[in-house]
Design a protein around this ligand. Structure first.
Ligand SMILES: [Zn+2]
Length: 332
């Protein structure tokens, strides 16, 4: 992962004054690449061991002089040894004040197995992911096929958080997704449901169009991770209040260079690599003068755009970056 002088310059000019002194990063991946197959490694150049020390080292450059706490979980891959990855996370956060962990689950892991792991390793939450769904393609999976009711019921008994990255093309505008989130949130009020990526609002309109049908249950939250356009953040602040929005970097996705942009009713990751290939193939030399920065900075810039346009106060911004997460019992 490369952090350049230009990134730093961009940060100082555009973001430094906006980012508060205390950060709770609600969406951090830690992993050891030995726990997954080589063909399945995340498409980000990282060392073998992406541990808390490495996270802190990268964050010292990314958000200098900020006090950082975090919610950490494995990097879900199809070939990942989930059991090893969970034990790795548990060892990492042990005796590290301010660092919390979620257990990665597949739909085959029973509530009894989760209970055993929670009793031994003290997980504060669950992280589910569509890759483990039996539905094909998994990108179209209904929520209950990768987060079972039994698992939510268990999270409810322990007041655990659940980071849920919904899928299906319409994300939050999908009626089936809405039905399941509303039902889980209503029936299990002590389970804290964190809808990752502003409810997968990579195309803002999916969150904007769906959010009115999401009930205002107290246990529904959203994280900002890897979303680089501000529409979904504005919809959340407008309908749920800024108190339900949690800052998340999606480390190490934060350190991909590029941006995720809306395109018609879809979205596309415009990464540095795609960008260079495009400009080479098309002999579009003027593209060479453009210098993309980090996805993590683009996401904070989108959050700043929402904050400016919606007149958030300094206190409101501090809430999004820190207090909202710390008001959740599982992160105390
Ligand atoms: Zn993530």
């Amino acid at each position: 992962m490369i952090y350049s002088a230009r990134d730093n310059e961009f940060y100082i000019k555009n973001l430094q004054d906006f980012v508060p002194s205390k950060i709770f990063d609600s969406h951090v991946h830690l992993y050891n690449s030995r726990h997954m197959s080589d063909h399945d490694l995340p498409e980000i150049k990282t060392p073998m061991n992406v541990d808390i020390e490495y996270f802190k080292e990268m964050m010292r450059k990314f958000l200098p002089d900020r006090e950082i706490q975090a919610n950490c979980f494995p990097f879900p891959r199809k070939s990942l040894d989930i059991d090893l990855a969970n034990k790795y996370i548990a060892e990492e956060v042990e005796k590290k004040p301010g660092f919390f962990h979620q257990m990665l689950i597949s739909p085959d892991i029973s509530a009894r197995e989760i209970r055993t792991m929670v009793e031994i390793y003290g997980f504060r939450g669950l992280k589910c992911y569509h890759l483990f769904s039996n539905h094909q393609p998994t990108q179209n999976s209904p929520i209950q096929e990768f987060l079972t009711e039994e698992q939510v019921e268990f999270a409810n008994t322990k007041k655990m958080t659940i980071t849920l990255h919904i899928v299906k093309p319409r994300s939050l505008s999908d009626p089936e997704n809405l039905e399941v989130i509303n039902r889980y949130a209503k029936d299990y009020p002590n389970a804290i449901i964190i809808l990752a990526h502003a409810a997968r609002g990579f195309n803002s309109w999916n969150t904007i169009n769906g959010i009115d049908s999401l009930k205002r249950y107290e246990n529904i939250f959203f994280d900002t991770s890897a979303v680089t356009e501000s529409g979904a953040f504005q919809a959340i602040i407008n309908k749920f209040g800024h108190q339900r929005l949690l800052y998340g970097s999606d480390f190490p996705v934060s350190h991909i260079r590029g941006k995720c942009i809306s395109l018609a009713d879809q979205f596309v990751w415009l990464t540095d690599e795609n960008f260079q290939n495009f400009s080479k193939r098309n002999n579009a030399h003027h593209f060479n003068e453009l210098t993309p920065t980090l996805v993590g900075y683009e996401s904070i810039l989108a959050l700043k755009e929402a904050a400016v346009l919606m007149d958030l106060s300094i206190k409101d911004i501090e809430d999004v970056f820190f207090n909202n997460a710390k008001n959740i019992e599982a992160f105390q």
